[in-house]
Design a protein around this ligand. Structure first.
Ligand SMILES: C[S@@+](CC[C@H](N)C(=O)[O-])C[C@H]1O[C@@H](n2cnc3c(N)ncnc32)[C@H](O)[C@@H]1O
Length: 275
């Protein structure tokens, strides 16, 4: 069973919080942030705390049930060059990306980090149930203050997490610090392509069907699902993300889109000279 750690330094066993405590987890200390960023992150954290038990179902809704296919595409891309060594999945949530990596590459050393303890508890239970806990570390932490040494990882990914982050350049800086020279960064994200011939159907799904179904099935969390749909509509196109990564100093940038341009995988690496 992986330990859920607060600082990522001394793993200690975690007692799973009773479900009714999930929504009451106190916010992380984000005192290094500006006020508005701290507030924004606090509300994102509360939202994920409150939807943790139903997140996987929601994820399937928003992705037309294609999320597992996209996660495996990330896992394959991870291995396209060579063995990925130590791997960090940021904003790992309920651990689905870790499972996809584990099922394809059983011996990779995996770390998943998220600032929502309830989401990590779901991941922990799921990994244990599927017998995949061995060699997986789950760490409680904020992507803007990751509790790891510099140059700790050969590969870093973030799946469906970037669009919830208010400051992407700050995230890229942190990822660059965490990667070893030549280390890979992969981003999997949903987006909305208004130029796509299926855009009207996609918009209807995101703006009407998903929130309506969420309201029906998830009751009190309906607002959270409105937010998640809107965050997909607002997310930039892959070319913009690649420009941002280039600006941040990543190299070898490329991307692929999936399922009628509803998801993107963007990848690149930190320069070999470590710059
Ligand atoms: C949409 S979920 C994605 C979960 C998972 N990566 C997946 O593939 O399903 C976004 C996750 O990002 C986490 N998150 C958002 N902001 C974060 C931050 N600043 N630091 C760490 N985790 C964060 C949330 O707690 C949530 O679990």
């Amino acid at each position: 069973m992986p330990a859920l750690t607060e600082a990522g330094v001394t793993p200690r066993p975690v007692t799973l919080a009773p479900k009714e405590h999930h929504a009451k987890t106190s916010p992380m200390d984000t005192s290094a942030y500006g006020n508005s960023l701290r507030q924004y992150s606090g509300s994102i954290q509360s939202m994920f705390n409150s939807v943790s038990e139903r997140y996987d179902l929601l994820s399937s809704f928003l992705s037309f049930g294609r999320d597992q296919f996209w996660r495996r595409a990330l896992a394959r891309r991870l291995m396209a060059k060579d063995y990925p060594g130590s791997y960090l999945d940021l904003a790992t949530g309920s651990g689905e990306q870790l499972l996809a990596i584990r099922s394809m590459w059983p011996s990779v050393e995996l770390t998943g980090m998220d600032f929502s303890a309830p989401m990590l508890n779901v991941a922990k239970e799921k990994l244990a149930k599927q017998g995949c806990s061995e060699g997986v570390r789950l760490v409680l932490g904020d992507v803007y203050k990751p509790p790891f040494e510099q140059s700790s990882f050969d590969s870093v990914s973030i799946s469906f997490g970037l669009r919830n982050l208010p400051d992407r350049p700050a995230l890229y800086r942190e990822v660059k610090k965490l990667l070893k020279p030549g280390g890979r960064f992969l981003i999997l994200e949903l987006f909305f392509d208004s130029r796509n011939f299926l855009a009207p159907v996609h918009r209807f799904h995101l703006a009407t069907v998903s929130p309506w179904l969420a309201g029906r099935f998830f009751y009190s969390q309906g607002k959270a699902y409105d937010y998640l749909s809107q965050s997909i509509i607002d997310f930039p196109h892959p070319a913009v993300i690649m420009d941002e990564l280039e600006e941040a100093g990543f190299q070898g940038l490329d991307h692929q889109t999936y399922t009628f341009h509803s998801a993107m995988l963007v990848w690149g690496h930190k320069p070999i000279n470590g710059a």
